[in-house]
Design a protein around this ligand. Structure first.
Ligand SMILES: Cc1ncc(COP(=O)(O)O)c(C=O)c1O
Length: 380
């Protein structure tokens, strides 16, 4: 079987339209019709013809097609790309149109989308604990795993999938924090996988994109039909950037995952050095008592962790004391970031700091964090 690193570079070879080794950036929004293939829209049975001959870039364009070829192979299903992770989540909810959404701690933007649907359609929101008693056929269960901003694994995914299916509901897994080869949500029975491709797939903090992956072609086709009119296809330039990023994705994610696990292990081993500063430390590598963590994260831990400091003042000063970690939101890029999470998440613990570990050298990152924590410890 072909390996991930090879697929990332060759999955879209079949979409080559020109001899260029690097695919061109297509800026055109519209494409000339083929005089030998003038089939009216109403006579088309599927939209696949656009893979060969695009019509209008809101429907599909050469690099969005290439991305879907590549994502379908590396994510093990039928991929549909979007212009952001939230556009992908919104599209999934519009597709399933559930009466109830079961959701717990998740990226606050996904919660905000759920609130928009509750306001506009009356969709009810319930906890994941309520699935066995309250889920009904057609409902959606949404699990983010590992979860933002903690980088921990909240649940046994197989058990949740079983509970959802017993009640006729579907399970969507947001696997943004553990893309392949870290986690394969299909192994645990989910019905749809989503990623914010802005994060690890993009990997350079310079594009927005999202992707939904379905088990069957029909659901992907329905999502693509809706996407035409929601107007949420990935943009031309972003599609090119994302394609370029994906070529090196495996190298980056492996490095980021091992870096993060090393940083967390160091901080955990030395937490006694900073009693006046470091309170809690969160990461899946510290969840030793929960057997499903190792099963789900078979390829490694997510490159994000979180910590709480002893005061809000420390949270404001900590990022300024760091040399390599820039104080900014988001995650997944080659550059390490730190965020006093209260800056963007209205509902989070006000002393929580999220750390996104990049591709720098782990020892340098550990030294940087140690210097900052030491400085706070001596002047708390
Ligand atoms: C877990 C998770 N899902 C979805 C999103 C939304 O993605 P985007 O910013 O690409 O819309 C984010 C963004 O941080 C996220 O962390």
């Amino acid at each position: 079987m072909e390996h991930l690193a090879t697929t990332l570079i060759h999955a879209d070879d079949r979409d080559n339209r020109v001899p260029d080794v690097a695919p061109p950036i297509n800026v055109s929004t519209t494409y000339r019709y083929d005089k030998d293939d003038l089939v009216p829209w109403r006579d088309r049975e599927s939209l696949e013809f656009m893979d060969k001959r695009p019509i209008y870039s809101r429907l599909a364009h050469p690099n969005s097609t290439r991305l879907e070829s590549l994502f379908s192979q590396i994510l093990g299903g039928h991929a549909v790309v979007y212009n952001s992770g939230l556009a992908a989540f919104f599209a999934a909810l519009i597709h399933y149109n559930p009466k109830r959404l079961f959701i717990d701690q998740s990226y606050h933007g996904c919660r905000a989308i759920a609130h928009i649907l509750t306001r506009t359609t009356g969709m009810q929101q319930c906890s994941l604990d309520d699935v066995p008693q309250m889920a009904q056929p057609g409902d959606v269960v949404h699990l983010e795993s590992p979860v933002n901003p903690l980088g921990t694994v909240p649940r046994d995914m197989s058990l949740l999938a079983e509970q959802a299916h017993e009640r006729g509901a579907v399970l969507i897994v947001d696997s943004t924090f553990a893309p392949p080869p870290l986690q394969d949500p299909w192994r645990f029975g989910c019905d749809m996988v989503m990623h914010s491709a802005t994060k690890y797939f993009g990997g350079h903090s310079d594009l927005l994109s999202g992707v939904l992956v379905t088990r069957d072609q029909q659901t992907a086709g329905a999502l693509r039909d809706d996407r035409i009119y929601l107007g949420t296809n990935v943009a031309n330039l972003e599609a090119y950037l994302l394609l370029r990023s994906l070529r090196t994705f495996e190298l980056r994610i492996q490095r980021q995952s091992t870096n993060c696990t090393a940083v967390v292990a160091y901080l955990n081993d030395h937490r006694g050095d900073w009693p006046l500063v470091l309170d809690k430390l969160y990461h899946s590598s510290l969840q030793t008592g929960e057997p499903w963590v190792a099963e789900q994260l078979e390829g490694g831990h997510p490159p994000v962790f979180a910590l709480t400091l002893r005061s809000i003042d420390q949270c404001k000063r900590f990022p300024q004391l760091l040399h390599y970690f820039q104080h900014a939101t988001s995650l997944g890029g080659v550059e390490s970031l730190v965020e006093w999470r209260a800056m963007t998440d209205p509902h989070i613990d006000q002393t929580l700091v999220r750390v996104s570990v990049g591709c720098e050298n782990a020892e340098d990152l550990i030294a940087d964090l140690t210097t900052a924590l030491n400085a706070l410890q001596s002047d708390p």
